[in-house]
Each structure stands twice: as structure tokens, then as C-alpha cells.
Design a protein. Structure first.
Length: 64
């Protein structure tokens, strides 16, 4: 499942995000959502979140 819709993303979920500096390579970082940074209901590149370790990126995959 992709992370383009805000209503499908909740704090505490396990996700894979792509950081700004890794957008070209597509390298994903996995972690737990600590904060949701995007205010709009959807975003074509993924909802921006902050992970519990401080990493900021756009959600590409939701792990259930």
C-alpha cells in the first residue's frame, strides 16, 4: 500500500520512507511514525512524516 492518502496513515505505524537526499536513488528507510507533517488530505509523492528516530521523509510503503 502506498502512502499518498493522509487518512490511511496513523502515528505508531511501521512505514518505509524516502528521504529528500535519497529521492533520486529511491533508497528507503523504515521506522515508526512519530509525527505527521503533511496537512493536506493527500499528496502525489507521499505524506511527509517524522519517524521516531528523527528521520523525515515521504511515505512510500506501509507495513502492516
Amino acid at each position: 500500500m502506498t502512502g499518498t492518502e493522509r487518512n490511511k496513515i496513523k502515528i505508531g505505524m511501521q512505514v518505509a520512507v524516502v528521504q529528500k537526499q535519497h529521492q533520486r536513488s529511491g533508497q528507503l528507510t523504515t521506522g515508526t511514525i512519530a509525527r505527521i507533517l503533511t496537512n493536506s488530505s493527500n499528496h502525489p509523492h507521499g505524506i511527509k512524516v517524522k519517524l521516531s528516530d528523527g528521520t523525515v521523509g515521504r511515505v512510500k510503503e506501509i507495513h502492516e
